[in-house]
Design a protein around this ligand. Sequence first.
Ligand code: PGA
Length: 250
Amino acid sequence: MRRKTVVANWKMHGNLASNRQLLEGYVERLSSLAHVDVVVCVPYPYLAQAQLLLKDTAIAWGAQNLSKDPVGAFTGEVSASMLRDFGATHVIIGHSERATAYCESDENVATKFMQAKVHGITPILCVGETLIEREAGVMDLVVAKQLDTIINTYGASVFADAIISYEPIWAIGTGLAATPVQAQSMHEFIRGRISALDEAAAQSVKILYGGSVNPQNAVQLFVSQDIDGGLIGRCSLTAQEFEGICRAAN
Ligand code: PGA
């Protein structure tokens, strides 16, 4: 059975003082949870702080984006090896907030995914459809295209030990999570697509659900066979709510 993983996505929230409080809260509340992997993805400037405060704990840390290039004249970018320098083990890739606001293409996302893999960082690849696409019934096609850009370039085996997060865009930050049935159905579709090409990769890839997960709906979501945990935005910003979600996974 795959161990559940819960990832906090702080987005662009926090400061040194509030982060310290939140991370100390995580450590205090989550240390006794032995059956769940917890990761916190912080804004870049706070990687050193996460490293300092989490270094002797079971909580891992990472970033919310990385450069598609390894090194060079790319003003404002942060490379995979820089993330490694700060002990980052995970990185979120292709979050829809980046795709929408910064015109991130599927091709760029695929290159970033590989940069993370090459540097030994676990990529957390976000996929998901808009509300219009769901209402039109084409969500499977949309998600398949997002996956296929990576599969066609690097092969399905790159998903071994990686993380995919299914995040329907209509569920992010709206308070309206996908139902367990909707989520499980998409997770099964994603695993099936990888399984058709590489069964071992399909069994080892963790598929998280993201979008308005809270302590109340977490158990119902996590109990589904193909839902291996969650990517948590708003409810990761208070230690108590995040604990509720991590307990559900545990
Ligand atoms: P949310 O965000 O939990 O606030 O909906 C999830 C995400 O965007 O990763």
